[in-house]
Ligand binder design. Structure first.
Ligand SMILES: *[C@@H]1O[C@H](CO)[C@@H](O)[C@H](O)[C@H]1NC(C)=O
Ligand SMILES: *[C@@H]1O[C@H](CO)[C@@H](O)[C@H](O)[C@H]1NC(C)=O
Length: 214
């Protein structure tokens, strides 16, 4: 092992260490990672992560953060791809609130997306009578309070959450990603939204649904 390691190698090394496997390189030039062990091993307490982080110096920490950011970008693109099928016609993909998420459901030729904020965040516009926005395959445009765009809502830092209906906020300790990482929680968020759509007289079969986090 050489002392000088390039940033990506550090990330690989970290994942390998965390996954406990030896590094084998596939024919595509990438390490032979299996997702399951990595995922399971990453479910550790904050204290364990702190112990792991204590082993790295400033340079290494910066390199790992840099690579995690790249990994985050890749994963976020992947998330969007998964949610793509929920968009009818040429409806553009809406901007995802960075401190929250969007839960989207399609029915007939329309898609409905409800912006949601994490704890400690609130919408900058009042949304109590405006739980969701919509886009139809005929207009290919989003209804939104923001001028001419695909931005549906913004989650801004706030001590109080009053701009939206209670269901528009993720509970404490259960932000968007946490919710999405547990299928039962994700299902509940989608079901709540489907009920809200029915209460608003949205007819037709719900064909696709997804939760996407910022
Ligand atoms: C951190 O550790 C690496 C590998 O041991 C070394 O090459 C680098 O110079 C160290 N950086 C600092 C700031 O100590
Ligand atoms: C909320 O965020 C927007 C940017 O999207 C900003 O213009 C606005 O000032 C923010 N509002 C508050 C109350 O921080």
């Amino acid at each position: 092992m050489t002392a000088m390691r390039r940033p990506l190698e550090w990330l690989c090394l970290m994942l390998v260490l965390v996954s406990g496997g030896a590094q084998t390189i596939n024919s595509d030039g990438c390490p032979a990672w299996s997702s399951e062990p990595v995922l399971e091993k990453l479910k550790v307490s904050d204290e364990c992560f702190e112990l792991l982080a204590d082993k790295w110096n400033d340079t290494q920490t910066a390199a790992i953060l840099d690579n995690l950011r790249r990994l985050t970008d890749v994963l976020q693109k992947q998330q969007k791809k998964e949610c793509k099928e929920v968009m009818p016609g040429d409806c553009p993909f809406p901007v995802i609130p960075s401190k929250g998420g969007l839960v989207c459901v399609s029915a007939e030729t329309k898609v409905y997306c409800k912006p949601m904020c994490n704890e400690g965040q609130d919408f900058s516009f009042l949304r109590r009578t405006r739980v969701y926005e919509e886009c139809s395959a005929t207009t290919n445009k989003w209804t939104t309070q923001y001028v001419g765009g695909n931005k549906l809502a913004v989650c801004n830092k706030s001590d109080i959450q009053i701009s939206g209906v209670p269901s528009a906020y993720f509970p404490k300790d259960q932000d968007c990603l946490k919710t999405k990482s547990e299928q039962a929680l994700e299902k509940k968020v989608i079901e709540t939204f489907e009920k809200e759509l029915r209460d608003n007289n949205i007819q037709g079969q719900f064909t696709h649904s997804c939760l996407i986090c910022g």
